[in-house]
Ligand binder design. Structure first.
Ligand code: FES
Length: 156
């Protein structure tokens, strides 16, 4: 979604332009754009009469916020021990090749962000890939390719 000042203002107005609303406002903006655009941080600081540096420090402190654009799909590949032993690295390799990305990067069309994670508590199903709320078990490189294809189709 393109940055739009009116949308950001509507979020600020919804929660009230006061410092106590900062976290809720930032969560909503992050949810809307999948990250916090620079212009939104400036607008929030201006409307809440707070220093821009303070809004940035909150944005950097909480892991839920991203200062870089993120994909509409966030894919986490587990790199914990069980997943590593059962072939996690081959899954990352396949995804990196197929999406032309490195782990930690987002595709230019903002379709997907590829990230790694340390153990999601599903070791019995290793190796696992997590997309949103869904944990995909016993993944292989070909199952991973099929999953990417399915996600692309769902988006089309
Ligand atoms: S190591 Fe991957 S789920 Fe535990």
């Amino acid at each position: 979604m393109e940055f739009n000042l009116q949308d950001v203002d509507a979020i600020i107005d919804h929660w009230g332009p006061k410092p106590a609303s900062l976290l809720q406002i930032m969560l909503d903006i992050n949810h809307q754009y999948h990250y916090l655009p620079k212009e939104s941080i400036q607008r929030v600081a201006q409307r809440l009469s707070m220093p821009v540096s303070q809004v940035y420090s909150v944005a950097s402190f909480f892991k839920v916020f991203s200062l870089k654009p993120r994909g509409r799909v966030i894919m986490h590949v587990c790199t914990g021990t069980a997943c590593h032993v059962k072939g996690g690295p081959r899954i990352i390799e396949r995804l990196e090749q197929e999406l032309n990305l490195k782990a930690g990067e987002t595709s230019e069309d903002l379709f997907i962000t590829l990230e790694t994670v340390n153990c999601v508590g599903a070791c019995a199903a290793a190796p696992v890939v997590v997309v949103g709320e869904a944990t995909h078990s016993e993944m292989t490189p070909s199952k991973t390719s099929a999953l990417v294809k399915q996600l692309k189709e769902e988006e089309a």
